[in-house]
Design a protein around this ligand. Structure first.
Ligand code: SF4
Ligand code: SF4
Length: 385
């Protein structure tokens, strides 16, 4: 794909990011791979495959594209749409087994919430190696003898990703709602679209300024308790807009309650649509809508053997593994986004979630039931039930 086509695909698929964009599954040759070439695997979300191809320029490798229903790796794995079954299927049908002399399979780290390395090993003989979070780090990872730095293992929310999220929210809201306004309030369409885009960019670009307040437990501001993940954030944002509307009306010397009420109501709808799940729109916080945002990750030290898979798959760098003493610790548990990757992959079931009421969520439950869009563990993983 040439640069122009790649740019067009990036723009279109970012504007419509809420939709799946499936591409062909199977085997892709990168450069001139020989029988010792690395074998990488990814999902069949079109933009992911194109970004990987660009990131791997100059590398000789085989790339397997598995069926994730056109959805990106993290969402599809966590939602039960990208499973061990899909990985096994592409390993068996692509012909890769006859092309290389080894059985090392590099999987994207963020697939660890849904694809089980133990099942892949048992059913195919391939050994799973968890690659970096970002495609751009793969060449360095390959050169570094398949060792990841801690930076390669972590998800952050950098400005470029925040811009993508702002666009991905603003575009569908504008094109779905603006046409309804044309018949009865035509002159408000342009201000409405500007408000949607302005608010969306403000919410995501200002994220570092308020993110510390989005902790799952909620915060106290003075004597008022705000659960920022569930309404507090939206209320403050809406209050600021109303204040802005009043200030604007007074500044232009044309204060009218009708204007404040109309645009106050309109901005409330936009704020709710844009920020209803601001925590879930980031990779660094658990969704505010999900009940399991209050779960805490725990380690059963009697079961832990210190093999360190948890450290390899945790996207928030919560773990420290002492390889001499064969034990792990979770010193940065506060950063946990409850993705469940460590629990799914721990070979000794040494990890579990605990709710504030003391209920235990076992590794087996996290493996079998994946999250649906409203945060319920309902999706049964193929081939396990
Ligand atoms: S918690 Fe599990 S994966 Fe992590 S070091 Fe212990 S045994 Fe290994
Ligand atoms: S510690 Fe939390 S963030 Fe890290 S892998 Fe486990 S569940 Fe995910």
């Amino acid at each position: 794909m040439n640069l122009l086509k790649f740019l067009v695909a990036t723009i279109v698929e970012t504007l419509l990011r809420v939709l799946p964009f499936p591409c062909k599954t199977g085997l892709v040759k990168i450069g001139n791979p020989d029988r010792n070439a690395p074998v990488l695997l990814t999902c069949n979300y079109h933009l992911t495959v194109e970004r990987l191809r660009r990131a791997l320029k100059g590398v000789d490798a085989y790339l397997l594209v598995a069926n994730s229903r056109g959805i990106n790796v993290w969402c599809a794995s966590t939602g039960g749409l990208f499973t061990s079954h899909d990985v096994i299927s592409v390993l068996k049908t692509s012909g890769i087994e006859g092309l290389v002399d080894h059985r090392d399979l590099i999987l994207p780290q963020l697939a660890a919430t849904g694809v089980e390395s133990k099942i892949i090993g048992k059913k195919t003989g391939w050994k799973v190696i968890w690659g970096p979070v970002l495609a751009k780090d793969i060449p360095a990872f390959l050169q570094n003898k398949l060792e990841k730095t801690s930076q390669m293992r972590q998800t952050e929310f950098p400005p470029m990703q925040r811009i993508e999220m702002a666009v991905a929210w603003a575009f569908p809201i504008s094109i779905i709602l603006a046409p309804f306004m044309i018949p009865f309030w035509r002159e408000a369409v342009f201000p409405f679209i500007s408000l949607v885009w302005g608010l969306s960019f403000s919410i995501f670009l200002c994220f570092p300024l308020y993110s510390q307040w989005l902790s799952p437990e909620g915060r106290r501001v003075g004597f008022i308790f705000f659960d920022f993940g569930r309404g507090g954030f939206q209320l403050i944002l809406w209050g600021a807009i109303i204040l802005g509307l009043i200030t604007y009306s007074m500044a232009v010397g044309d204060f009218r309650w009708g204007f404040i009420l109309r645009w106050g109501f309109m901005s409330l709808i936009i704020v709710l649509l844009l920020s209803i799940d601001v925590m879930g729109s980031t990779p660094v916080l658990k969704s505010g809508l999900h009940g399991d945002r209050l779960l805490k990750i725990h380690l059963d030290e009697r079961k832990c053997k210190g093999v360190g898979v948890c450290e390899q798959v945790c996207p928030r760098d919560c773990y420290e593994v002492d390889r001499d003493r064969h034990t792990a610790r979770i010193p940065r548990a506060r950063r946990c986004v409850k993705c469940g990757a460590c629990m799914v992959q721990c070979p000794f079931d040494a990890l579990y979630f605990q709710s504030p009421r003391g209920e235990i969520l076992t590794p087996e439950t996290v493996r079998r039931f994946k999250l649906n869009l409203v945060g319920k563990r309902l999706v049964k993983v193929e081939g396990r039930l």
